[in-house]
Ligand binder design. Structure first.
Ligand SMILES: [Zn+2]
Length: 206
């Protein structure tokens, strides 16, 4: 792509670094912003900068939060004996949208993936095992996507919990293997967390 302006080229380059944004889309977005009042670009930039500067992660579950404990962890009505293990924050949002789940979450921030060089130490697994050892948790629900990486991560955590008196279950999903949790429809997802199955049972089925 040939640019008549270095300024334009830089803006397009930065925009195209976002996932799912190719050079053409980046150019379209940049030209769009150029036509808008200055305020639009200022608001966008400052919203992103404020987010990066001020965002916190809940110290209990690693969910995104504006304060030390996220709204879910701070809510006394939530069942603290039940913890749903998810890959990222989008999964928390998807499960919250179902309105069916009343426990807490634990956000791993990814899945174990030897192919991508992501090991257990790169994820929030240690804090989960520590929490499990404190004895308050009675059941851990695995809600990772049913990919090889998801299965590997579930199994790794399951092994770390050996000897602890904690029930493990996995969400019964009526969606195809490899589908990401965030794309499941709310009714299916809500039902799947209510009708979860013991994790050991899911191992034998494979
Ligand atoms: Zn939290």
């Amino acid at each position: 792509m040939e640019f008549s302006s270095k300024l334009l080229e830089n803006a397009v380059y930065e925009m195209s670094q976002l996932p799912g944004i190719g050079k053409r889309t980046a150019l379209r977005l940049v030209l769009h912003l150029l036509k808008q009042p200055n305020e639009r670009t200022v608001n966008l930039s400052s919203a992103l900068l404020n987010l990066k500067d001020s965002i916190k992660f809940c110290k209990n579950c690693h969910n995104i939060s504006d304060v030390v404990l996220c709204e879910i962890c701070a809510n006394p009505k939530r069942d603290r004996t039940l913890v749903c293990v998810v890959e990222d924050i989008r999964d928390v949002m998807a499960l919250e949208n179902t309105g069916q789940y009343k426990g807490l979450y634990h956000v791993l921030d990814g899945k174990i993936s030897p192919m991508e060089g992501i090991g257990p130490q790169d994820l929030n697994i240690h804090s989960l095992v520590d929490k499990a050892k404190q004895g308050e948790i009675k059941e851990l629900i695995f809600a990772l996507s049913s990919t090889m990486e998801g299965d590997t991560t579930n199994f790794y955590i399951y092994k770390q919990l050996e000897g602890l008196d904690i029930k493990t279950s996995t969400i019964a999903r009526g969606i195809a293997v490899g589908d990401e949790l965030e794309y499941a429809d709310e009714i299916t997802l809500g039902r799947s967390i209510l009708n979860r199955i013991p994790f050991e049972g899911s191992l034998k089925a494979n």
